[in-house]
Design a protein around this ligand. Structure first.
Ligand code: HSE
Length: 319
């Protein structure tokens, strides 16, 4: 069966991983989106028209991360890899700890799912397994795929996730600096082992954080404390560390977003977000963009064909 002419559009949210104590486990989908349209062509290979973030910087050929992730998925499903033309409208900042690489991986995998519609079914478990194989850890790709707040863990059979809905009183605010930080560098600063008491500290805080995010926003400050990663990485992002400490000294539930250098504040109301933004604007030494966001509840969405027909009764959601 030829796929030539098939076209899908995938929209993927930004994500913030870790959320303080939930290292490599917790993630939150946020209302900033990359969107890619993938059309199968006759000729093999790939061309990518990158618009917005990453234009002129990210590869536009078969080495592009969306393309390699799509091809990996076709191969994993035992299907021949088609040639494709892609238009990528990118909005998620790159190299800032907001899940842009996870979003590209998810975009490629979900595009493959859409292109293989009616030929092979790729279920949620397979989507998460493939995305985790490509990204290395599941905490960004789980919320990018499924939306909301996700807990991700590894079983011998593969990665698993539980999606939770966030309390409506939780108001996310992200501060994005001009500079970038590589996740690889940040991960290289992690020690191989940690004191037992620090591990216990994080176990209790991450359990508390789930209660804070789903039921009791007044516990967000205590629930976002961490001893497993942020202090070890602080030398690679000194201004992030200083601003997180400053925000926390003023009672804000501030954490490094993912591997940094962006900062996530989980405010317990819209008014508190404005106060946090004013504090950072007056105390930062460099330029930080304040993004007032919502929690994305849907995750990656898939539309088939030029008219963006919804894929299923859930409006294209993968849940
Ligand atoms: N959990 C990951 C880390 C998220 O902090 O290294 C970044 O990809």
């Amino acid at each position: 069966m030829t796929l030539t002419g098939r076209s899908v559009t995938v929209r993927v949210p930004a994500t913030s991983a870790n959320l303080g104590p939930g290292f490599d486990t917790l993630g939150l989908a946020l209302s900033v989106y990359d969107e890619v349209t993938v059309t199968v062509r006759e000729k093999s290979g790939a061309s990518v028209d990158v618009r917005g973030v990453g234009a002129g910087v990210v590869p536009t050929d078969e080495t592009n991360l969306v393309v390699t992730s799509m091809a990996y998925t076709f191969e994993a499903m035992g299907q021949p890899v088609p040639g494709v033309d892609i238009i990528a409208n990118n909005v998620i900042p790159h190299g800032r700890g907001l899940g842009s690489s996870g979003a590209a991986v998810v975009a490629g995998i979900v595009a493959a799912k859409g292109l293989l519609d009616g030929i092979v079914d790729i279920d949620s478990d397979a989507l998460l397994r493939i995305a985790t194989e490509l990204e290395g850890h599941p905490d960004n790709v789980a919320p990018a795929l499924f939306g909301g707040l996700t807990i991700a863990w590894l079983e011998v059979t593969g990665p698993q996730h539980k999606k939770l809905m966030v309390h409506r009183g939780v108001a996310p605010l992200v501060f994005v600096p001009q500079h970038t930080l590589s996740t690889k560098l940040a991960r290289s600063l992690q020690p191989l082992s940690v004191p037992h008491e620090d591990a216990v500290f994080n176990v209790s805080r991450s359990a508390l954080l789930i209660a804070a995010l789903t039921q009791s926003p007044e516990l967000l400050f205590a629930g976002t404390a961490d001893k497993l990663h942020q202090s070890y990485r602080a030398s690679a992002m000194p201004e992030t560390g200083r601003l997180v400490s400053l925000l926390r000294a003023h009672g804000f539930a501030a954490v490094v977003s993912g591997a940094g250098p962006s900062i996530l504040v989980l405010a317990d109301g819209p008014g508190r977000r404005l106060e946090a933004a004013e504090l950072v604007a007056s105390e930062s030494e460099t330029d930080w963009e304040a993004m007032f966001l919502a929690v994305d509840v849907k995750g990656a969405s898939l539309a088939l064909g030029a008219k963006r027909r919804a894929q299923d009764a859930k409006g294209g959601s993968l849940n």
